[in-house]
Design a protein around this ligand. Structure first.
Ligand code: ZN
Length: 180
């Protein structure tokens, strides 16, 4: 492929540094091709663009190629999981950062292993355990249907409290303590 103009290279680098794309090979390629085909004049006239590319895993740590920062990706699917599981996933991704599990040099020692059997995942979960997170809150330790029901129950409790407060009953839940 021919060399990119400065404008288009900046355009592409801006896209790459703004959002999670490194694990989305086809999308990344499509943007690269676009940067080669879109005339610089057209690129210059574009407004600032951010793309949102949710990943098919709950969370991911990505090293940005341009400025040395790390991007933590958290999937919108988390919003339909119980809070305790979301707490775990968030901590797990930060633990990956702490352990340096990102960047061009990082590779799983044995990528043929199942996710939770990888030594890096074991080390990450051990670290979050040391921060006080329960292994039983790991999404893979939970049945997905049960997690969805639990999250819906949490939502229902929140709405009941909101409703109770609205009616001046002080937001006291009648079915036991809210949250866990
Ligand atoms: Zn992990």
């Amino acid at each position: 492929m021919r060399k990119l103009s400065r404008t288009n290279r900046r355009f592409l680098m801006r896209l790459y540094e703004q959002f999670w794309i490194l694990g989305r090979l086809r999308t990344q390629e499509g943007l690269g091709i676009l940067a080669h085909r879109m005339p610089a004049k057209v690129v210059k006239a574009l407004p600032g663009i951010r793309l949102y590319a949710p990943c098919n895993v709950l969370g991911e740590v990505i090293s940005l190629p341009c400025n040395g920062e790390v991007l933590i990706v958290l999937h919108y699917e988390l919003e339909s999981l119980p809070q305790r599981v979301v707490n775990y996933v968030v901590a797990h991704e930060f633990a990956h950062v702490v352990l340096g599990h990102y960047g061009a040099d990082f590779q799983y020692a044995d990528s043929s292993l199942k996710h939770n059997d990888k030594p890096e995942e074991v080390a990450t979960d051990r670290l979050v355990a040391s921060w006080g997170y329960a292994a039983s809150d790991h999404p893979m330790a939970n049945d997905s249907e049960a997690m969805r029901r639990e999250a819906q129950e949490e939502d229902r409790r929140v709405w009941e409290e909101v409703e109770a407060e609205r009616q001046g009953r002080g937001g006291v839940s009648t079915d036991g303590p809210a949250g866990s």
